[in-house]
Design a protein around this ligand. Sequence first.
Ligand code: SF4
Length: 278
Amino acid sequence: MKVNISRHAGFCFGVDRAVKTCAEISPNTPRPLYMLGNLVHNETVVEKLKEQGIRVIKSLAEAKKGTVIITAHGIYPKILQEAAAKGLNIIDTTCPKVTVVHNLAKKLQAEGRQIVIIGDKDHIEVKGINGAVDWKAAVVASVEEVAGVDFPEDTKIGVVSQTTQDEEYFTEIVAALKRRFSDVKVFNTICESTRGHQQEAKELAQSNEVMLVVGSKTSGNTTRLYHICQELNDKTYWIDTVADLEDDWLKGVVSVGITAGASTPRELVEEVAEKLKK
Ligand code: SF4
């Protein structure tokens, strides 16, 4: 059996950087250690963080003292101010590429544009971008939601995207915004890592008999990868770990493609590949 693994399968640059930062926290750093929200939606990673003494919290109210780690997805300014006011130490692992999106949104706003963020409104990265523009942005996740954008038709619009959005949805939503508003300035802020990831997943889904997507069911970007692959290959299966592989899927199969969400540790992908090769 030929096993073809996506070069991008596994942590993206920002998540990898954040995981490494957590692993290198000095013993002198004030304890306890808290992570505000999930760095990635992956149970294996959350368990590893626990082993390092890092507890994931949902809100700052849960941290009375010690250190708060901001995830690679970034956060909004008010949280940083609140943490500082509480005397908490902060380790900020915001991905530099997410910071670029904050800055572009602020630039568009300073030009007098109303901001539209293409993304999932409940995702922390999107909240961070919206917070950077004083919560004045509209958030849309689909073409249908463009109709609900509450700005007058002659509004100048500035568009940015959550870094992990699907390229095709992005293009469709921008087209819908341009049909509704005459002056739309767009920054496609889908990150290179996401773009390469999606492109390679498409190629693998088309060139292999079976396609495996490895990652947690709670991960947004793994979900998107699964849907992208499934549209192109109906023998696409989504597994959390190697333990979910089923022999029936692989009977007589000569080529398998593997991809994984940006939140999936590369080791989990290698484990799947090893099992297939055996
Ligand atoms: S997807 Fe891109 S922007 Fe988002 S954390 Fe990863 S590398 Fe950074």
